[in-house]
Design a protein around this ligand. Structure first.
Ligand code: GDG
Length: 476
């Protein structure tokens, strides 16, 4: 048994897997935010009496005590209004996010944002150091916390430390713009194992470490002057495939899928996009491509409709507000120009939905359109594939999504090439059902065989290989 409040497995993430909500009786409470990461980690968390450290996402100004929710030990971290602005919206989402996504938008570099990023990372590291048992495994998640591995190792050299980056790791030419590039690389090197979505991200990291820090490297290993070595490798993330299949098979979900088709006027084919409203996702270009097909008469609004769900995201960051206005205007113009009574070309929903509704949408859609300019993985693509247990439906997928490396039978597009995208939308629209079924079967097998549990297991197994004396400086 671990001591109360301490754990052998500690997840450190920007967000807790619960949201702070006001319950119907007016009191404050917690609601589990359903996510692949939580369901993947739940069994290991339970087996290890694991703890999860993160921000509950609301601006309460007192730090709540750790608590146990549904068997999970949760350790909330308070972020002040200033920290939300400078650490979260600023450095994480205004600097790192666009920089790591190939400069799809222009990153802003502000020294105050960086200072705040360092401060918040230090607090997370200190909290993890308090919570972790002797020799525990700590798994740090994502770009908001890249300094935590090194800070934590300084406090607790006995720990095994892993880090996983959910977004792409950029090529050295882009990363090198960052005024704090050395600090970030050193921050990450505090880990024993650094996981990336794709081998390319791991290779970018190793190359940068060699170029910028002058460390010796060999393939996926970095050798540090103090005798430690760090492994950088790809662990492509996935989804709870069985969970999605089960959901998609539920009677209520199937009925809801039929009701959605009915409400849209039973068009011959439904195109679907589901994304966080983010400029990396290529929503604007995909809607334009679809609209041009209607305008040119290659598609007719009686035959085809595009359902676009855009989940509200980072609404206080300026670039996200601008994007929302741009898409509002585009959808208004397309429907105004091309729609008919009861037949809009695009059915646009700026909202978020329960998982059941997501599954019903996946079931209702004939063609799923996923066209990011750059995306670490893209779980929506995998969720769609999992839900198509009937082998129907087609996936149009950007070659710049991490998922394109696994879902090779998708209809691949370059989202910068509008004409190419139009041709591929038509190819998917006109495809022979035998052909789409063959592709869907192959993709579903890939997702089922490589689900999120396999992902978590492979990372944690690799972590378990790290020798206990690993973190300590060994000198001959
Ligand atoms: C980052 C990386 C990487 C969306 N709207 C609703 C909803 N969602 C769920 C989807 C999916 C998840 O959110 C979105 O995941 P994505 O992978 O598509 O994209 P990001 O949010 O950008 O995620 C990405 C991922 O991390 C994991 O490593 O794949 O590349 O950018 O699961 O289903 N869920 C519900 N209602 C919604 O309205 N319930």
């Amino acid at each position: 048994m671990s001591k109360p409040g301490r754990a052998d497995l500690v997840i450190v993430a920007n967000r807790l897997p619960v949201d702070h909500v006001t319950l119907p009786d007016g009191t404050a409470g917690w609601r589990r935010s359903p996510g692949g990461l939580v369901s993947a980690l739940e069994p290991v968390m339970r087996a290890n009496e694991g703890a999860w450290i993160g921000w509950p996402g609301s601006g309460d100004d007192t730090e709540p005590e750790p608590f146990v929710e549904d068997g999970l030990q949760l350790v909330p971290m308070y972020l002040s209004e200033e920290e939300v602005r400078e650490f979260y919206e600023g450095f994480s989402n205004g600097t790192l996010w666009p920089l790591y996504h190939d400069l799809v938008a222009k990153p802003e570099f502000h020294r105050e944002w960086w200072d705040c990023y360092v401060r918040v990372n230090r607090r997370f590291a200190e909290r993890a150091a308090q919570i972790a048992n002797e020799g525990a495994t700590v798994w740090v998640q994502d770009y908001q916390l890249q300094l935590v591995p090194q800070m934590l190792r300084e406090l607790r050299p006995d720990l095994r430390i892993g880090f996983y980056l959910h977004i792409p790791f950029p090529p050295p030419e882009l990363f090198s713009q960052l005024p704090w590039r050395r600090q970030l690389l050193e921050g990450l090197l505090g880990a024993d194992l650094i996981g990336f979505q794709l081998p390319g991200g791991a290779a970018n990291f190793v190359r940068l470490v060699r170029q910028r820090l002058g460390h010796k490297t060999h393939r996926d290993l970095v050798y540090l002057p103090d005798g430690r070595s760090v492994k950088a490798a790809a662990f492509p993330i996935s989804i709870d495939a069985a969970g999605f299949i089960e959901l998609a098979r539920q009677e209520s979900v199937m009925e809801r899928a039929a009701a959605i088709r009915e409400a849209l006027g039973n068009p011959r084919k439904i195109f679907l996009g589901i994304d966080r409203l983010d400029y990396t996702k290529g929503i604007y270009a995909r809607l334009r491509a679809f609209a041009e097909l209607i305008a040119e008469g290659r598609l007719d609004v009686e035959d085809a409709v595009f359902v676009q769900v855009a989940t509200p995201s980072r609404e206080r960051v300026e670039q996200y507000r601008i994007l929302r206005d741009d898409i509002d205007r585009l959808v208004g113009r397309i429907n105004g120009d091309l729609g008919r009574i009861g037949r809009p070309a695009i059915s646009y929903l700026h909202s978020s939905y329960p998982r059941e509704e997501m599954a019903a949408l996946y079931r209702a859609a004939d063609i799923m359109v996923v066209t990011p300019y750059r995306d670490g993985m893209n779980l929506v693509a995998k969720e769609y594939v999992a839900c198509r247990y009937d082998d129907q439906g087609a996936l149009v997928l950007s070659e710049f999504a991490g998922a394109a490396h696994e879902l090779r039978q998708a209809y691949m597009v370059n989202p910068y090439d509008i004409n190419g995208m139009k041709s591929m939308l038509m190819e998917a629209f006109d495809a022979d059902p035998k052909e789409t079924a063959k592709r869907m079967r192959a993709m579903r097998k890939q997702v089922v065989d490589n689900d999120v549990t396999a992902w978590a297991d492979s990372f944690l197994n690799e972590m378990a290989q790290v020798r206990p004396e690993h973190g300590k400086t060994v000198r001959p």
